[in-house]
Design a protein around this ligand. Structure first.
Ligand SMILES: Nc1nc2c(ncn2[C@@H]2O[C@H](COP(=O)(O)OP(=O)(O)OP(=O)(O)O)[C@@H](O)[C@H]2O)c(=O)[nH]1
Length: 428
């Protein structure tokens, strides 16, 4: 990493710590519009919003880009460190939480409605945060879900952050049979403080952050003005996966240009194109509470159990194809791949292999029977969203075999290399 980036990284780190300390008293007093007009008070904003023109403006733009990169790196490390300390309730799995962020109008509500229209049998609680006094998004969503909670007139990343925690706790208490929650943040919410809330002590053991997905409006992003671009970039760099929505409104050249621009800002982020939120649910939703990947992918995928149209087909040993292969997804953009092994896996080889395998993936999930150096065997659940990976030991599952499911952009997953990597971890 160049020296300048390192220096900025350190400054940024110090800022994060400072901000976290000062967050003990959250900035609740400012008006909702403060997220845009006085971002210094809005959670984790690190930039002073002084508009500059000419070369100073250009220089400042470059600095923001570098800081964004550093911030993204920090975000991973920071969130992952905290997650290692996550305490899982012994009697009840934490409720998986999917967070949708993205600038105003990017298509978050559309995506929530897509999810609710096809919840794959999961009982989903929805929390909708609207920046304004009237929660229009919730009104749009409420038809689809009986379990929706509205959080209006503020932003869940700052002004009504504690309301979010309370709302989640209340929802879990009143709807104990939920399988997951989906949180639609307001269009001005910043991703990093939201991630921080989801892994905070108040929600520990109750909620497990499954992924933060940031929607970007492919048509509007290039025209955002300076101040709003800054916020949009902040949302992007704090996400696990980017959904480039409204690609129907741009030409393929414009889409490519935007991808290059966004990829330059956040090289590790995976970018999924979308039209009206048509993102495969396998990418968006991990297993429901108490559900394990083995159940999803065990044997032939049951097309009758839920309505998924021509949805992604996770192949198994009796589906008439090879056990490991790429399968056509419900849109031509995505492919899924599955692998299984009845031999235990060597932990020492497996961890680096998963890192290599995951490098080009949008989503990876698995239940893995692993043998450590001591010779003891443990079952691990593996979850990857974008570049974010988690491997958690699970005690309540007996797995005779390991199962791994991966989703990537078509043509970007080398299935032979994949198979070879994982096969090499098998112990006889
Ligand atoms: N053409 C096109 N329009 C879309 C797409 N996705 C969403 N829209 C439209 O864009 C508008 C805004 O979408 P919403 O889903 O309300 O966006 P949002 O992110 O929830 O907006 P806020 O809550 O204001 O932040 C609506 O009119 C949608 O129908 C898409 O992929 N293509």
């Amino acid at each position: 990493m160049p020296l300048a980036d390192l220096v900025l990284l350190r400054i940024e780190h110090r800022e994060v710590l400072k901000q976290r300390r000062s967050q003990a008293t959250p900035p609740r007093s400012h008006e909702p519009s403060a997220c845009l007009t006085a971002p210094r008070t809005c959670g984790q904003n690190f930039h002073r919003r002084t508009r500059r023109s000419g070369s100073i403006g250009v220089l400042r733009g470059l600095c923001i880009q570098i800081i964004c990169k550093a911030r993204a790196e920090l975000h991973w490390n920071f969130a992952l460190c905290k997650r290692k300390a996550e305490v899982v309730s012994p009697d009840r799995d934490p409720l998986p939480a999917t967070v949708l962020t993205g600038f105003l109008g990017a298509g978050k509500t559309t995506l929530v409605r897509e999810i609710l229209a096809n919840p794959r049998g999961q009982r989903i609680g929805v929390l909708v945060n609207d920046f304004g006094e009237i929660n229009i998004d919730a009104a749009l969503i409420v038809e689809g879900s009986a379990n929706s909670v509205t959080l209006s007139n503020g932003c869940v990343c700052c002004t009504i952050q504690s309301e979010l925690v309370t709302a989640i706790r209340d929802l879990i208490a009143s709807q104990p049979d939920l399988d997951r929650i989906v949180i639609e943040a307001s269009g001005v919410s910043r991703s990093l403080p939201l991630a921080d809330t989801m892994i905070s002590e108040e929600l520990q053991g109750l909620v497990r952050l499954d992924g933060i997905f940031c929607l970007v409006d492919a048509a509007a992003f290039p025209d955002l003005d300076y101040a709003t671009t800054e916020l949009a970039i902040d949302q992007i760099t704090g996400a696990d996966l980017l959904i480039l929505n409204k690609v129907d409104l741009v030409t393929s050249e414009e889409e490519e240009r935007l991808r290059t621009q966004l990829g330059g800002l956040t090289p590790h982020l995976r970018i999924v194109p979308s039209r009206h939120g048509d993102v495969p649910l396998d990418v968006l939703l991990g297993p429901a509470r108490g559900e394990r990947v083995a159940q999803e992918s065990g044997g032939h995928h049951d097309h009758g159990s839920h309505d998924h149209g021509d949805h992604d087909h996770v192949h198994g040993p009796d589906c008439g194809c090879d056990a490991a292969h790429l399968a056509e997804s419900h849109t031509k953009d995505f492919s899924s791949w599955s692998w299984r092994s009845d031999a235990p896996l060597d932990e020492k080889l497996l961890r680096p292999a998963l890192k290599r395998v995951g490098a080009g993936l949008l989503r990876g999930k698995g239940v893995l029977r692993v043998r450590g150096e001591s010779g003891a065997e443990e079952i691990f659940e593996f979850q990857q969203v974008g570049k974010r990976r988690q491997m958690t030991a699970i005690a309540d599952v007996e797995a005779a075999e390991s199962v791994f499911v991966a989703i990537g952009l078509s043509g970007q997953v080398d299935d032979a290399a994949f198979k070879a990597e994982l096969d090499a971890c098998r112990l006889n």
